[in-house]
Design a protein around this ligand. Structure first.
Ligand SMILES: C[S@@+](CC[C@H](N)C(=O)[O-])C[C@H]1O[C@@H](n2cnc3c(N)ncnc32)[C@H](O)[C@@H]1O
Ligand SMILES: Nc1c(NC[C@H](O)[C@H](O)[C@H](O)CO)[nH]c(=O)[nH]c1=O
Ligand SMILES: N[C@@H](Cc1ccc(O)cc1)C(=O)O
Ligand code: SF4
Length: 400
């Protein structure tokens, strides 16, 4: 791939040239790249694409998974979130263990290799409920990977049970937890967090909990929610903090930028200085700069179709993204904030999205292993040759 840096602004050309020569992107240079537009942004995206081709070739992966959000009751009331509800709200719900296992089992029948479990911080749940969920699913479905509990839920459980993060996480791992979602990161900056959430988990605590997870052998993802009261230097700082932790632990599997969904978010509705989610330019710059900044450290940059929509997620494969995340089956959190793109992208649709942009689909496991042997979702196969779950098209809405 030939990248012409001769017709772009000199400072940006210099940064990109040093990246192409193998230098690590500094925080200051990342801030500059994140502000690019026009032909400079195009050059940033081209460099990101060249690094993606080097690392992942033309393969784009996805995971067949189901979201199980077991309670929307949450005492925290983060300003950006419209999912968390008070205990006495008419829409308050807390799923029983039986219901959680039933949903996991139905997902498994539909070909899921993973369940992604997260919930609100319900004031009445026992800290052992987290372990009970893992055990109950593993008893029935030992091979299903459980990707569960954000660092904030880990914080809550560890505090309530008066155990250390390491002990709490080691106990969950022993019960069968497979990995941890790196949500609750939002923007790792004290002032921005103050605006978003009042006093939800500090930057330091998020980093400590993720480090503890990696220490006990649980891999995690890393996320960043952008497009509200933040700016380029926050994004650069956030990504550098994650890269520094990765250098110590190697425990991050992927980085997932999550665009802020503003429509029904109290943060947006109640303040005049909050942006209405990211612009298209910001989506492009963040995914591209993430690829460049994490090069050599985190190999997978995931686009969230829930936040970006399928069209932009598909296009993002040309500027650094090599993973389209999960099929999800259910999606409640972004939908509560007014997200427009539905609850599920089937494995067939994932494959079409990837192929139609000229890339090669790969169904992966949560930890980026090959799920090809369990992937019978090939759209080229006649229906009768596909697995039973593919033929049945079991509707997930019945229990949702
Ligand atoms: C809803 S929480 C569930 C787990 C747990 N309650 C927590 O906060 O860590 C998971 C993540 O959803 C994301 N989220 C919530 N509301 C959002 C919104 N309006 N736009 C984009 N992402 C949102 C945030 O990044 C948040 O950390
Ligand atoms: N669960 C949600 C995801 N992502 C799930 C992941 O793609 C998957 O579980 C992970 O990649 C494991 O490696 N993304 C969203 O934007 N919203 C979700 O609810
Ligand atoms: N993509 C995250 C999980 C996630 C869950 C809910 C969201 O709203 C966003 C992201 C992960 O796999 O770690
Ligand atoms: S983001 Fe999580 S902690 Fe915050 S209100 Fe929503 S569910 Fe609760």
């Amino acid at each position: 791939m030939i990248i012409n840096l001769s017709n772009i602004a000199t400072p940006i050309a210099k940064i990109l040239d040093s990246v192409l020569c193998g230098s690590e992107l500094t925080e200051q240079d990342a801030t500059a790249l994140l502000q690019c537009d026009g032909k400079e942004l195009k050059a940033v995206m081209d460099v990101a694409h060249s690094l993606r081709l080097k690392t992942n070739g033309k393969t784009t992966s996805y995971v067949v998974t189901r979201n199980i959000n077991f309670t929307n009751v949450c005492y925290m009331a983060c300003r950006f979130c419209n999912y968390g509800k008070a205990k006495d709200d008419a829409s308050a719900e807390l799923l029983s263990l039986n219901e959680i296992v039933a949903r996991a089992s139905q997902a498994h029948q539909r070909g899921a290799t993973e369940v992604c479990i997260q919930g609100g911080l319900h004031p009445d749940i026992s800290p052992y409920f987290y372990r009970d969920i893992v055990q109950a699913i593993k008893n029935e479905l030992p091979e299903l990977h459980i990707h569960a509990f954000s660092p904030f839920e880990i914080y809550y459980g560890a505090r309530k049970s008066r155990t250390s993060y390491v002990d709490f996480l080691a106990d969950l791992k022993q019960a069968g937890l497979g990995s941890v979602p790196g949500t609750a990161a939002e923007i790792l900056d004290t002032q921005v967090r103050q605006r978003l959430t009042k006093n939800k988990l500090s930057t330091q605590a998020w980093l400590e909990i993720i480090e503890a997870a990696h220490q006990v052998g649980l891999a995690s993802t890393a996320t960043m929610m952008y497009g509200h009261v933040d700016s380029a230097h926050h994004w650069a700082d956030h990504m550098v903090r994650i890269r520094e932790l990765q250098k110590r632990t190697g425990g991050f599997t992927e980085f997932v930028p999550l665009g802020f969904i503003h429509y029904d978010s109290p943060l947006y509705l109640e303040s005049t200085d909050v942006r209405p989610g990211p612009t298209r330019r910001e989506h492009m710059a963040i995914h591209a700069v993430a690829r460049i900044l994490f090069h050599g450290h985190i190999d997978n940059i995931q686009a969230s179709w829930v936040k970006l929509g399928p069209q932009l997620a598909m296009e993002s494969q040309a500027y650094g993204v090599n993973d389209l995340g999960g099929t999800l089956m259910n999606e409640s959190i972004s939908r509560a904030a007014g997200a427009l793109y539905g609850q599920e992208v089937t494995a067939d649709e994932m494959q079409k999205m990837i192929r139609s942009a000229g890339y090669l689909p790969r169904q992966r496991t949560t930890l980026y292993g090959d799920a090809a042997s369990i992937n019978e979702a090939c759209p080229d196969k006649p229906l009768e040759q596909r697995s039973p779950w593919q033929q049945q098209q079991i509707p997930v809405w019945e229990v949702a």
